[in-house]
Design a protein around this ligand. Sequence first.
Ligand code: FMN
Length: 192
Amino acid sequence: MPARIVAFSGNTHRPSRTRTLVEAVAAELSRQRPIDLKVYDLVDAGTGIAVASRSALPLPAARIVEAIETADALIVGSPVYKGSYAGLFKHLIDFVSPEALIGKPVVLTATGGGPRHALVVEHSLRPLFGFFSAQTAPTAVYAGDTEISEGRVADAVVRARVAQAAAELARLLDVAQGAGLSAAPLATAAAR
Ligand SMILES: Cc1cc2nc3c(=O)[nH]c(=O)nc-3n(C[C@H](O)[C@H](O)[C@H](O)COP(=O)(O)O)c2cc1C
């Protein structure tokens, strides 16, 4: 059965470099394994997501949170805003159940306006998914403004990192599916 992959990008407008980057990782993964891919961004979540509880989320946003929770693996991306992930990206992830991502393979990506904040994937995104005890792929992918243009990854080094991250995700999926862990939490309650 193809692995259910959810790519979630924290962009609020399209076209989006971040969405292009998560789609590039997904495309590379699809060359390596059969996948059933769903791609979402904050445009898909719609308006009215500034609520305090999950039950108050509008249906499109609630469906994205559910898709993130039930996927076999995730490819996530955020534009860099003020040196970190975008606030609305984090806001949607805040509604994900703490147990839902335990052991789930995740590729981390981000895009920014230049090279200065390349380590946002390590300083912001990796700890966030560490909170969830997700299995983040060792290679995270960052692209600056010149590295993605006209809807494609234009830079060879970024393309190589995309391929590496996708290969790592494929291997993590093999391990998770081989161990029967697909989309199932490793524990019912994480100690938080
Ligand atoms: C409010 C705001 C804050 C931003 N802050 C940063 C930043 O701190 N560092 C950076 O490299 N780029 C920053 N940028 C640029 C975006 O991260 C960059 O254009 C990104 O690729 C946009 O992604 P998108 O096309 O998916 O929306 C900022 C952009 C906005 C709108």
